[in-house]
Design a protein around this ligand. Structure first.
Ligand SMILES: [Mg+2]
Length: 190
């Protein structure tokens, strides 16, 4: 089987990691509840920033956020390792910009994710991402972003939503626990 995964906020807890980093950098304490109620992917509103300020803050922080010690979601690495060991094909499709491709790949490998260079796709807009996913003829795809998932689900692909505050309006198979999801996948592919 072919399994495709988005990276940020599907396999790794990037936004929450960024949220804590912003607090430190801005010396501004914001309750975690505020984070859990955000209805968009961007987090700057929690710190009272405009979109423009948020963009600048992200730009300044992105290298640290991407390449330091952002944690994977519990179980995510193990599930992918196991699928890989069972002979399934693991694809990564991330909208991180192209210049972050090589470093992101290396970082994922260092964390223990099973990455094959030719099965790693990076640097595309949402529409291109959908196109690549369709061309790959994946059996299953996992993502957190409503825009991407909606299009793919419409096209009949088996998609799973990594539960996040900004995607709860979506009526698709949803998960927040990788170990639990693994049980579900196992049942599906048996
Ligand atoms: Mg994502």
């Amino acid at each position: 089987m072919k399994f495709g995964f988005d990276v940020d906020d599907t396999l790794i807890n990037l936004r929450e990691y960024a949220f804590h980093y912003y607090q430190e950098q801005l010396e501004q304490e914001v309750a975690i509840d505020v984070f859990h109620k955000l209805d968009r992917v961007e987090i700057h509103e929690a710190f009272g920033m405009t979109d423009e300020e948020g963009k600048a803050m992200w730009k300044k922080s992105v290298d640290y956020i991407y390449y330091t010690d952002c944690p994977a979601y519990p179980g995510a690495i193990e599930v992918l390792q196991q699928l890989n060991a069972e002979g399934h094909e693991i694809y990564y499709i991330t909208a991180r910009s192209a210049k972050h491709g090589e470093d992101t790949k290396a970082w994922l490998k260092k964390q223990g994710f099973p990455v094959q260079d030719e099965r790693f796709y990076c640097g595309m807009k949402d529409e291109e991402k959908v196109k690549i996913i369709e061309e790959l003829e994946l059996d299953y795809y996992f993502d957190d972003k409503p825009e991407v998932l909606e299009t793919l689900a419409r096209d009949g692909l088996n998609v799973f939503v990594r539960d996040q505050s900004y995607n709860r309006h979506m009526n698709l198979p949803r998960f927040s626990d990788w170990a639990e999801l693994h049980q579900l996948i196992k049942k599906e592919i048996e």
